[in-house]
Structure formats: C-alpha cells, structure tokens
Design a protein around this ligand. Structure first.
Ligand code: NAP
Ligand code: MG
Length: 402
C-alpha cells in the first residue's frame, strides 16, 4: 500500500514519561507505516525544556500559529520534587499554560465513547464536550480577610483620575472579601472559539451563567455571547441547523443530566473546572478523554486530557510490565491529522484518521483493552493487554480495515 501524502507539516510536541514511550510506539506502529508523516518536531520533554530555558515551548507555540495544527504529548509541570529529579535550573511553568497564553485559546474536552464502558448517566448516549473559559474570575482574584467593623468598597480609578465607587459591604464584624475581574477581549475570544468549534463539529452550543444574580458581571458574559452570535454566527448556525442556547447555570446542570449528550457546553472558568471533572468521571475514565485547544483565529492543538502517567513510567523503567491506555493519545494524533486533512484538502488523510479511531473503538469493543478499562467494563469476555500489545492489537484491527 502506498503511504498517504501530507502537504503541510504537523507541529509535533513530544513530552514526558510513559506518554513519551507511548508516543513513539504510536508513531512506529500506527502512523508511519501508513502515512508519509510530515512533522516539525519540538521536544517538550522536561530535560530539553530545561536545556533551552523553556524556549522550545515558546517556539512550538509559534510554529503552531504558523502551520495551524499541533499534536502534543503530555508533559511534566515541574514541582519541588521534579526540581531535584531533573536537576532543573528553574521551576519552569506549565507548558500548557505557556502555549495557551500564546495561542489565546479555549480548551474543549470530550469523552471517547465505546460500548462496554458505560457512562453512569445512562441516557448520555452521545459525548458532551466541555469548553472551559481559561482566564480570570476567581483564578485571578484578590482576597482579603476583614478583621472587624469597617467599610469595603470597589474603587475604579480612571486614567484621568476620576473615581467610581461601589459599596461591597459595611462590615459590623469580621468577615472576608474577594475581588475578581475578566476582560472583554478574553470573553470575546472565548465566545468566538466556542461558536467556531460548534460549526466545526456540527454540534449545538449551550452557554450558562448566573446572570439573574450577577446582573453586571455574569450578564456581560451573556450579552457578549449573544451579540457575537447575532452579528457573526447566526446565519451559519441556521444554515447548518445548529442551535445556540443560553440558560441559567442551575437550569443547565439539570438539563445536562437529563440530556442525551451531543452538544458543546461552554462554561465560565470555575464552572468548567468543576463540571469537566464531573463529566470525565461520569463518562468512565480520564484515559478516554480528548482535549483540543482552539484559538479564536482557528489554530488547533490536540492532546490527551490525562498526564504523563508517572507511576506506570517508573514500573516501565524497572522493567515491569505496564498496561497504559494509549487511546487518548492516539486520538490526539487522529484529531490533528483529520484537521490537517481538512485544511489541506487531503480527504485520504482525514479518512485514515477516522479509520484509526474506529480501530481503537472496535478493538476495545472486541474485548481487548488495557487494565484501566478492563476494571470498569461491562463486557464479559475480556482480554487485558499490556501497553505494547494493545497498540499492536489496534494495528491488526486497522490493517484489516484498510
Ligand atoms: P496522570 O498522569 O493523569 O495519572 C494519574 C493516574 O491516573 C495514573 O497513575 C493512572 O492510575 C491513571 N491514568 C491516567 N492516565 C492513564 C492512562 N492513559 N492509562 C492508564 N491509567 C491512566 O496524573 P499524575 O500522575 O497526577 O501526573 C503525572 C504528571 O503529569 C505530572 O508531572 C503532571 O504535571 C503531568 N500532567 C500533565 C498534563 C498535560 O500535559 N496535559 C495533565 C495533567 C498532568 P493508576 O496509577 O491507578 O493506574
Ligand atoms: Mg479541576
């Protein structure tokens, strides 16, 4: 079989630990035998980030802006223990944070559904994709403990020196206070990323805030979404038969539980933090979640939602057998290849991505899976496989389908 040709390179961001091991296996077994892979390689492994003073992370994000599509392996975010383990010059920032700051994007997370790994909510037959706004609110808040009686006010000092004040509370005793903010530009980018992603994946978009209580703060989110929808996206949504639906956050939660899935749920920062963990757990497994960063300018970076699976890596280094699930990382590759295929008009490349995803799902549904899934599956006839044998099993299924 002749290999599928690519015209524009993918930005390839290699990573750390067990996912770095899997990364190579995926390329060797599932991609390079079938695709004439064109990639611009950036090593985001912690060792090389340290060596380049993290410049490699910045370069990889700039390359993503240039080419439009990246695929990223999970990476270590250094903490005190990693400082000694890797003899680091500095506690480098989270690569995901650095990349997100450069691309100015929104992260969309969706579960990969397979028969035999059943969501706890039985009516969720389609995936629910969470879009979390990743700027501001309580994550960039400032807080104070109020020791005793006194007045707390919000004060805005304009550049010309004029002040606007708003009473927060006239304290009679001790208490606490919090100030938080967001930016019009950031909310607008968030809204555009969500509308673009909805059009891209042909799914409805839901958005919810608490605008009845927060009449200025949350209401501004609601108004910005509505304004951008009406002026920039309404026509396209109607043409595709898609719906933009706004409701209150408590009503949204109730509707989500009763729904069949199949839509994007845009969440403010805190809601997205909490709800994405709930959704990942309710759908069954973090190792079955995909994640893609979409910039408002239409740049895409695909990754797995889980980390570097450190515990498995140490076993691997000890020569022990591991059973690490590679599906989310494979789906990062397929997501990136499908998008590259769409942008470059290479239907064969997109079709290959579809087939590789189907091969993963069919392999699991045939009872061959890694231990994390074997523990929770409702299938009866199950063969638990080690890391490498699972990837080989996917290759067999894939070859049979080509
Ligand atoms: P993790 O790598 O997600 O793993 C936590 C546990 O979840 C594992 O020990 C394993 O459980 C299970 N698990 C996760 N992915 C799995 C998979 N593909 N197959 C099978 N089991 C899987 O989180 P962590 O151990 O807290 O973090 C390790 C490193 O990852 C940290 O340095 C952190 O900074 C980094 N991290 C990176 C990203 C990213 O790059 N996007 C995200 C999160 C964390 P058992 O051990 O019980 O089998
Ligand atoms: Mg969280």
């Amino acid at each position: 079989m002749e290999k599928i040709k690519m015209t524009t390179p993918l930005v390839e961001m290699d990573g750390d630990e067990m996912t770095r091991v899997i990364w190579q296996m995926i390329k060797d077994e599932l991609i390079c035998p079938f695709v004439d892979l064109k990639s611009e390689y950036y090593d985001l492994g912690l060792e090389y980030r340290n060596k380049t003073n993290d410049q490699v992370t910045v370069d990889s994000a700039e390359a993503t802006k240039k080419y439009g599509v990246a695929v990223k392996c999970a990476t270590i975010t250094p903490n005190a223990a990693r400082m000694t383990e890797y003899n680091l010059k500095e506690m480098w920032k989270s690569p995901n944070g650095t990349i997100r700051a450069i691309l100015d994007g929104t992260v969309f997370r969706a579960p990969i559904l397979v028969k035999g790994i059943e969501p706890y909510v039985k009516n969720w037959v389609k995936p629910i994709t969470i879009a979390r706004h990743a700027y501001g609110d309580v994550y960039k808040g400032s807080e104070m403990k109020i020791p005793g009686p006194g007045k707390v006010e919000l004060v805005y000092t304009a550049q010309d020196g004029t002040e606007t004040r708003e009473l927060v509370h006239d304290f009679k005793g001790s208490g606490i206070v919090q100030g938080m903010h967001n930016l019009t530009a950031s909310i607008e980018s968030f809204a555009r990323s969500c509308f673009n992603f909805a059009i891209d994946t042909k799914q409805d978009l839901w958005f919810a805030t608490k605008d009845t209580i927060s009449k200025k703060y949350d209401h501004t989110f609601k108004d910005i979404f509505q304004e951008i929808y009406d002026t920039e996206y309404k026509a396209k949504f109607e043409e595709l038969g898609l719906e933009y639906f706004y409701t209150l956050i408590d009503d949204a939660v109730a509707r989500v539980i009763r729904s069949n899935g199949g839509y994007i749920w845009a969440c403010k920062n805190y809601d997205g933090d909490v709800m994405s963990d709930m959704l990942a757990t309710a759908y069954g497994s973090l190792s079955m979640m995909t994640s893609v960063l979409v910039s408002p300018k239409g740049v895409y970076e695909y990754e797995a939602a889980h980390g570097t699976v450190q515990r498995h890596y140490y076993k691997h280094l000890n020569g022990e057998e591991t059973s690490t699930n590679s599906i989310a990382t494979i789906f990062a590759w397929t997501g990136a290849m499908r998008k590259r295929g769409e942008l470059d008009n290479l239907p064969e490349l997109s079709a290959f991505a579809d087939k590789l995803e189907k091969a993963c799902i069919d392999t699991v549904e045939s009872g061959k899976m890694t231990k994390d899934l074997a523990l929770i599956t409702t299938l009866k006839d199950v063969t638990p496989l080690n890391t490498e044998d699972f990837i080989k099993a996917v290759r067999e299924t894939l070859e049979a389908s080509l």
